[in-house]
Structures are given as structure tokens and as C-alpha cells.
Design a protein around this ligand. Structure first.
Ligand code: FAD
Length: 498
């Protein structure tokens, strides 16, 4: 069956990102694209921190970064500061970008670790431009600069999710996407194939489609309520299941990074925007009541609260299939792990990339469905393992929640990663997995997993040239950071809030 009508259900971040990407097909006259959303139901309203591939998503849409950040009151993000995770009082930084660069084919951290073991006191973060800039609260784009000593600064954005969805709505509507306001009350399916044929809206209209993108949020209107695809829970590994979010007035300059502070039964995010801070406390209701979680959040936010607490519930895990018949679930309808490493909007981005590359307007085949599901499953599992690491690698004994996390069994795939790192600092990444060696090393070292030895290949690097090279990297970073303006000043000149 040829695809001529694509219907997107839901107008949150996922719905409008999908609409913006698919609008090119509409503009070329190849398909009709309609998005249905209900203002009465609204969106989840959180989701403000992103990771670097999101910058590329917007570039592919030919969106002007300065204009977008001005309109959505966005800021820049160089990584995440983790406070109180390994132990109370600890703090470490998970940067975007890499530590140093490969030396004689070896990951930089391997060579650093060898010198560390022989008494060199220099910290690994001295070789990360993003960490050093963040620690001075500075930011500058360096991708246009002619430098051969350092790669460009890696960055992502903090954004106001509601404003971003509106920004993309304008983008998509200009390119012909039709928006329909209304509540979907029924989903009709072909009795033989089970394919979704149309959706009924509460104003009495019926919207037919050949292909449906389910962006209806946690409800999973099509993928679950109609197709009963099933959900695989990961709550035994990622036990947090509640969140309370409160925006607040910002005191002082906006930080160029997200802060994640662990508490007794979860953790708190602080996301700096130009006009406010986004704050939230993610927790597990088996270990903490809603009132206590809200009190902890209120006691730990900078500035005055700007709204009433927004309470959210979720179940960590994923759908058994993301593409089922003629429905693809994107966003929270596909699954949700944890906002800890800002991976949800990223998963929307990669789902759209896969959909766009697999789509054929001649019809739907089993091969498309299988490839989409297999690739997405791999992405979820790899992100899941990285998130579990943050909970598992702790020495905290101050609460039942941390005792559970510290002693829980973890997936074999993660256990192997930890064991190999502990042995000689090796990080094995498979295929094109999202998190880099730098990410794994930052979290493992930051939370107290220290390699017992180093890789013997690190003993073969040429001395003293290597130490000189390392000193030069450190000096180049210091010089670069010195030249950078403060994050606040950069924002003021580059993309002042509209
Ligand atoms: P929603 O925003 O829930 O949108 C669903 C849409 O479907 C709405 O438009 C709604 O009106 C519509 N709808 C539902 N039912 C119907 C119906 N019957 N009829 C018509 N329309 C309907 N992600 C990140 O990348 N970074 C973060 O920092 C981050 N933090 C998060 C913190 C928390 C506590 C949570 C819960 C999530 C966080 N996320 C984060 C995830 C992020 O919020 C979502 O991935 C993102 O907002 C996409 O949501 P969505 O569009 O899938 O769903």
C-alpha cells in the first residue's frame, strides 16, 4: 500500500521534531503530513537538556542557531556536573568531547593512567577543553577557528521545551504540515491486518492515514492502546519512577552545564536557561514520599520558585517493538529510561533519522520494521547500561535506596564493561554506540572505579616525547580557555533572549 498520508499523533517535542523532519516530503509534494495535538491534554512540559548530536539535527533542518536560541531562551551545555554520586561531598564532570587525543593509536586516558600510576599528579580533566571551560563558566564556539592543536569545542543546548516545540511548529507549518487541534477518541484498524486506518477526533472528524507516527507521550495511544505492543520494564535496574519539577528565577549567571545532584532516593537536575532555571527531583516512590521529595527540591533550588510543583510518574523501560505494522512510536510513547544523561530527545532524533532513511513511499515491508526495531533496541540497551552505571558505581551507604543500587545485579553487558575497565582501563565500545570512551571513563573514575593496572601498550609509547605532547595539550587548553568570554557574555552577544 503506497504511503500518501502521514499522520503524527501528538505535538510535544517528539511530534514537532518528526513533523519538522517530514515537512521536506510535504514540501516536495510527495506526501501529506498532518499533526494532531490536544491543548487540553498538553505536553509533558519537561525535557530541557540535550547532547551534541541535537546540534546537528537542527543544522540538517537548516535552522539558524542564533535565531533559535534567542527564541527558545536557550543556553549552551558543555557536559554534566555530578554531585554526591560516588560519595556524599564528591563532584566530577562528564564532558562532551574527548580527553586529549589518541597517542600512538591508544586512547589518551590509557597513557594518562600509566603516568598517574607512576606518580604524575595532573588530573585527567586538565586535558578536556570542555571541562576546563565549564569550570571557569566560560563558553565560545571554536569550530570556525583555524586551530590544529585542538578539536572544536563540543557542545549541546539547554532549551525551554515548550518554546522549542512552538518554534518547530512554525517551521513545519510554513512547509505545509497541517496541524489539527483536538482529542483523539478512537483508533480504527483494518480487521484483517490490524493496520491503523484512521483516528477519530472529538470534534466528530475522522482522519485517515497510510502511516502513523505515535508521539502521544507515555499514553502510547496507537502503539499500546490500539496495537497492544507490550512494554519491557527496567525498573529493577533503573528504579526511579517519579519526578517533581519546578522552574525558578535564576540567581547569578547561567552555568554552561547541567548539574545532577544525588539525594537520598534519587537526584535533582538544574538546567540553566536565559530566563530561568529548570529544576526537578527524580526519585523512587518505594523509598520516598511525594511531599518529602518536593521539600528536598524546594530546599535546594537557587532563586524563587516560578510555578507550582509539576508531579510526574513514569516506568523505566521500552516498548517490545517501536515499529509495529504501520505505526512508529517516537518519544515517550516508545519508552523512557531516565533524564540523567539527557538521552530522550536524542532518541527522538535517532528514531527520526532511522525512519527517514528506511521510509519508502511504495509501502511497508517486514524488513523495514525489523531493521528499525533491531537498531533502536541496541541504542536503548547501550544507553540503559550507561545509566545503570551511575547508580551501581556508588559507595553511598546512607539510605536504603543507595544500598539497593550499590548491591543490585546489573546486566552482563555492563558487568563486562566494568570488569574490563577495572583490569587495565580498557573501554570497549561496540559499533557506533553513543557514549564515547571519555564518557565511560569520566563516570567510572568519577564514581570510584579505578583500573588496577594499565594497558601494557601504554608502556611502549616513546618517551619523553609523549610527556611533552601531553604538556602541550594542557597548555593549548589553558590558552584557549583564557581567550574565551564568560558563557553569559557569549549569550548576550550571540543569541540574546527575544
Ligand atoms: P509529550 O510531551 O507528553 O507529548 C505528547 C503529545 O501527545 C501532546 O501534544 C499531547 O497533547 C498529545 N496527546 C496525547 N494524548 C492525546 C490524545 N488523546 N489526543 C490528541 N493528542 C494527544 N529529555 C531530554 O532529552 N532531556 C531532559 O533533560 C529530559 N528531562 C526529562 C525529565 C523528566 C522528569 C521526564 C519525565 C522526561 C524528561 N525528558 C528529557 C524526556 C522529554 O521530556 C521527552 O522525551 C520529550 O519531551 C518528548 O515528549 P513527547 O513529545 O514524546 O511527549
Amino acid at each position: 500500500m503506497a504511503i500518501r498520508n502521514i499522520v503524527i499523533v501528538g505535538g510535544g517535542t517528539a511530534g514537532w521534531m518528526a513533523a519538522a523532519a517530514l515537512s521536506r516530503l510535504k514540501q516536495s509534494g510527495l506526501v501529506e503530513v498532518t499533526l494532531v495535538e490536544s491543548e487540553a491534554i498538553g505536553t509533558v512540559g519537561v525535557g530541557e537538556a540535550t547532547i551534541p548530536p541535537f546540534v546537528e539535527f537542527n543544522q540538517i533542518l537548516d535552522i539558524d542557531e542564533r535565531q533559535m536560541l534567542s527564541e527558545i531562551q536557550g543556553t549552551f551545555k558543555l557536559g554534566i556536573q555530578f554531585v554526591n554520586w560516588g560519595n556524599q561531598g564528591d563532584s566530577y564532570f562528564h564532558p562532551f568531547g574527548n580527553y586529549g587525543y589518541e597517542i600512538e593509536g591508544m586512547h589518551f586516558h590509557q597513557v594518562w593512567h600509566k603516568y598517574r600510576q607512576s606518580g604524575d599528579p595532573r588530573p585527567l580533566h586538565a586535558y578536556s577543553p570542555e571541562t576546563m571551560a565549564a569550570s571557569h563558566r566560560k563558553f565560545m564556539r571554536t569550530d570556525g577557528m583555524q586551530r590544529d592543536d585542538l578539536p572544536p569545542i563540543n557542545y549541546a543546548y539547554h532549551l525551554d521545551a515548550g518554546r522549542y516545540a512552538k518554534f518547530l511548529r512554525t517551521y513545519a507549518e510554513k512547509r505545509g504540515v497541517v496541524r489539527k487541534e483536538g482529542k483523539v477518541t478512537d483508533v480504527r484498524q483494518d480487521p484483517e491486518s490490524g493496520y491503523v486506518t484512521s483516528i477519530a477526533i472529538d470534534d466528530g472528524t475522522e482522519l485517515s492515514g497510510d502511516f502513523f507516527v505515535d508521539c502521544s507521550g507515555f499514553r502510547g495511544l496507537l502503539i499500546e492502546q490500539a496495537l497492544e505492543t507490550g512494554y519491557e520494564e527496567w525498573t529493577h535496574w533503573l528504579p526511579c519512577n517519579r519526578a517533581v519539577a519546578i522552574p525558578s528565577a535564576r540567581k547569578g549567571a547561567p552555568l554552561p552545564y547541567t548539574r545532577a545532584t544525588a539525594h537520598a532516593a534519587g537526584w535533582q537536575w538544574q538546567v540553566p536557561l536565559q530566563h530561568r532555571n529548570g529544576n526537578g527531583h527524580v526519585y523512587c516512590d518505594a523509598y520516598m514520599e511525594q511531599d518529602e521529595a518536593t521539600e528536598i527540591l524546594l530546599a535546594n533550588i537557587d532563586g524563587e520558585p516560578m510555578a507550582d510543583p509539576n508531579h510526574l510518574r513514569f516506568v523505566t523501560g521500552k516498548r517490545k517493538k517501536f515499529w509495529n505494522k504501520n505505526v512508529v512510536a517516537i518519544g515517550l510513547s516508545a519508552g523512557f529510561m531516565e533524564p540523567l544523561e539527557s538521552t530522550s530527545i536524542h532518541l527522538i532524533n535517532t528514531a527520526i533519522n532511522k525512519l527517514v532513511s528506511l521510509l519508502s513511499l511504495d509501502g511497508i515491508t517486514q524488513a523495514q520494521e525489523d531493521a528499525f526495531n533491531r537498531l533502536t533496541m541496541k541504542e536503548y540497551v547501550r544507553i540503559r547500561d550507561f545509566l545503570i552505571l551511575h547508580y551501581k558505581a556508588t559507595e553511598r551507604t546512607d539510605s536504603e535506596f543507595w544500598n539497593y543500587c550499590r548491591t543490585m545485579d546489573v546486566p552482563d553487558s555492563l558487568k563486562e564493561k566494568i570488569d574490563l575497565f577495572r583490569l587495565n582501563g580498557q573501554i570497549f565500545r561496540e559499533e557506533d554506540e553513543l557514549f564515547t570512551a571519555t564518557s565511560w571513563v569520566a563516570v567510572m573514575l568519577g564514581q570510584g572505579i579505578v583500573p588496577e593496572g594499565h594497558n601494557p601498550m601504554a608502556d611502549t609509547v616513546a618517551e619523553p616525547g609523549t610527556q611533552k605532547e601531553m604538556a602541550e595539550i594542557e597548555k593549548s587548553i589553558q590558552y584557549l580557555v583564557k581567550q574565551m568570554p564568560s558563557h553569559e557574555e557569549f549569550l548576550r552577544k550571540y543569541c540574546p533572549a527575544k
